[in-house]
Design a protein around this ligand. Structure first.
Ligand code: ADP
Ligand code: MG
Length: 228
């Protein structure tokens, strides 16, 4: 589903954010990307979203070499990848329902499909009763659920989450992890960048550890390890 071959990223500033990264992620995997601040996790996420380009190497997503595709095709790539961030990034002037519906409106979804799918999705993330609320009226955990609902409403094969629990308390973080695991069990490939040690240790999923832009560990059922 995701292949990185000899990928390096050197920013204009001269920082070597990633050095010769090789990763293969199969369909349906749940992968933690761990490492201290500055290790290169977000850079890797940005490369997968084609928000930035590698200095070297190839990135293949769903059998497509994304380092080769035209700028015009980037929106189609993005439809294959749902994205969740630490800071939720919801539209403040839209309700919960509208935030999720908007993600369908920008595809070719019909009003009928939107009316059918959005309530189902809000049910899946446990927010049916909050459909008419605005983001500022929700707790952090609820806002992250809206963000997750929006990220998967168009059924992308891949979900990428960059520190999705970074702004949440431990209990709320676990609720978000349960939801992500449930989404993964439905078949979505998940890549989650995090430095939440306890979560990584409890989940017992694949762990790819980065340190100063290099992979120092890639374990099938790993823990966070002893860094930092
Ligand atoms: N846009 C940028 N320009 C220059 N350097 C950057 C940029 N983004 C990140 N970096 C640097 O690249 C390295 C990796 O950063 P990042 O990928 O954000 O790590 P992480 O998400 O693991 O904290 C750091 O040294 C950081 O300062
Ligand atoms: Mg980061």
């Amino acid at each position: 589903m995701i292949v990185l071959k000899n990928v390096s990223k050197r920013y204009k500033s001269g920082t070597m954010a990633l050095s010769n990264i090789n990763i293969t992620i199969e369909k349906g995997e749940f992968v933690f990307l761990v490492g201290a601040s500055g290790a290169g996790k977000s850079t890797l996420v940005k490369l997968l979203l084609k928000e930035t380009e590698p200095t070297q190497g190839r990135i293949i997503i769903d059998n497509q070499n994304i380092t080769k595709i035209h700028r015009r095709m980037v929106p189609y790539l993005r439809r294959k990848i749902g994205v969740v961030f630490q800071d939720f990034r919801l539209l403040p002037n839209k309700t919960v329902y509208e935030n999720v519906a908007f993600a369908m409106e920008i595809t070719e979804a019909t009003p009928k499909e939107i009316r059918r799918n959005v309530p189902t999705m809000l049910g899946l993330v446990g927010l049916s009763s909050k459909a008419k609320m605005y983001p500022e009226q929700l707790s952090g955990g609820e806002q992250q659920r809206v963000s997750i609902a929006r990220s998967i409403i168009n059924n992308p094969p891949i979900l990428i989450a960059d520190e999705p629990t970074g702004n949440l308390d431990p209990e709320t973080s676990w609720e978000i992890m349960r939801l992500l695991r449930q989404i993964n069990r439905r078949g979505t490939t998940i890549v989650m960048a995090t430095h939440a040690k306890e979560i990584v240790n409890m989940m017992q999923q694949r762990v790819i550890a980065l340190d100063k832009g290099e992979i120092i560990r890639d374990e099938k059922r790993g823990g966070y390890g002893y860094e930092d």
